[in-house]
Design a protein around this ligand. Structure first.
Ligand code: AFD
Ligand code: MN
Ligand code: MN
Length: 427
């Protein structure tokens, strides 16, 4: 982990300028009847989980270009996540993927996490790839497979993932299924869905006390004609059929181009079925790019729905925030620092929406002013607010500059050079 003194030195060097920026921002907000301290406190309380698979350099089916000093196993990935948490104060939990990051010794991983001041968020199952020594192939599906033996194997794996999660102190499982077909006629559209529901019922019945089950939809890839859980409608049907502890997970990259994701978020909130998020960004498909890098206004609009629901005290509303990204070009750790910053900014801006005014404009059908209420909040400079929130959490005013100054990656290049790291296949 990083030396605390270094973070403090770096903060001290920026302190005078930061104070001036913060005071100006607070004064500017006060002029509009907004409270900077409230935003800082809310942003400081914001938490998002980091996925174990985001710490190694990802790849595409055309290749992978590993960076130097990458973590070689889940223990080293946890160390990198601990550094992100040190610098941002916002990533206290890890979302583990099994089997990619399944530890041989679960108790040892839990001790390692505790030593790093980390816990575990939702665990992720994998029935989209065959594993060595497995009896049946998922080539033609897992939970939707026509052969009951394949379905049983998929359910058994998922229950195993839950068991590992329980030993680690996790409280939820996310199930994303690649099941689908490439050609019309290949798969019975209704029966494949019914088989998925049947398997999920078995998983749901095996949920430990207090656990949640998240179903994650995705429109296409690897299935190119019909994916069984392809949209939020299918995901909602599953969650509603399963019961109160099943909810829908929204991955921002799992929508066809131009889909109105904030509207989907609003619908799931109304249904009491918004389970959580996989944050990332995309231009075309499931691109898994840095959150906020392509469509920052959309990210703000999603947070606007979340803040609106929180303010109104929407029922069954407690979404679980997670990141799901693949970093092919950037240093993954730096990309994740950038991601947390983007989330904090979107959240801060959403908190700055004048909701009373917006509501009044909507009632009066004052289109321009209603739109402007959102734009005004989106255009505010929240840099000093999110920096202050991070510092109050023990983090850095400028996480990326501090990370680069620390020489962490350089040190890891030599420490981790023994033996090649084999990364999970990126999806
Ligand atoms: C998939 C889904 C799902 C899954 C992940 C693994 O987004 O969240 O766990 O990739 O990398 O596309
Ligand atoms: Mn995802
Ligand atoms: Mn995805």
């Amino acid at each position: 982990m990083l030396d605390r003194d270094l973070i403090e030195q770096e903060n001290d060097a920026r302190d005078a300028a930061h104070q001036r920026d913060f005071e100006y921002t607070a004064e500017r907000l006060e002029r509009d009847g907004l409270d900077a301290e409230r935003v800082v406190a809310e942003v400081a309380a914001f938490e998002v989980a980091v996925p174990s698979w985001a710490l190694g350099t990802g790849g595409t089916r055309f290749g992978r270009f590993p960076g130097l000093g990458e973590p070689r196993d889940v223990f080293e990935k946890m160390e990198d996540i601990a550094v992100i948490h040190q610098l941002t104060g916002s990533t206290p939990r890890v979302s583990l993927h099994i089997p990619w990051d399944e530890p041989e010794d679960v108790a040892a991983l839990r001790r390692h996490a505790e030593g790093l001041n980390l816990g575990f968020d939702a665990v992720n199952s994998n029935t989209f790839q065959d594993q060595a020594g497995q009896a049946h192939s998922y080539k033609f599906g897992s939970f939707s497979h026509t052969d009951a033996a394949v379905r049983r194997q998929g359910v058994a794996h998922t229950l195993h993932v839950i068991e590992v999660g329980e030993a680690l102190g996790s409280g939820a499982i996310t199930v994303w299924l690649a099941d689908g077909s490439n050609f019309p006629g290949q798969m019975h559209l209704r029966r494949s869905y019914e088989r998925v529901l049947g398997c999920l019922e078995e998983v749901y019945a095996g949920l430990p006390e207090g656990w949640q089950l998240y179903t994650e939809h995705k429109p296409y890839e690897p299935a190119f004609y019909a994916t069984v859980v392809q949209d939020w409608g299918s995901s909602l049907m599953l969650a509603q059929a399963l019961g109160a502890r099943a909810r829908c997970l929204v991955d921002l990259g799992h929508h066809l181009p131009n889909t109105n994701i904030e509207l989907i978020v609003a619908r799931l909130i109304t249904a009491g079925k918004l389970g959580g998020f996989h944050f990332n960004d995309s231009k075309y498909g499931d691109d898994d790019l840095t959150t906020g890098s392509i469509k920052p206004y959309q990210l703000f609009l999603v947070f606007n729905e979340l803040v609106d629901a929180a303010v109104e005290g929407a029922a069954d509303f407690a979404p679980d925030y997670m990141i799901d990204q693949s970093h092919n070009l950037k240093d993954p750790l730096e990309a994740l620092l950038q991601t947390v910053e983007a989330l904090q900014r979107a959240y801060a801006r959403a908190l700055l929406v004048d909701r009373e005014a917006l509501g009044a404009y909507q009632e009066e059908n004052d289109v321009l002013m209603a739109e402007r209420a959102l734009q005004t909040a989106y255009e505010r400079d929240v840099s000093a607010l999110v920096a202050e929130a991070r510092r109050r959490q023990g983090g850095a005013l400028d996480p990326i500059a501090t990370f680069r100054r620390s020489g962490y990656r350089r040190a890891k290049v030599s420490a981790r050079e023994h033996g090649a790291y084999v990364p999970p296949q990126s999806l």
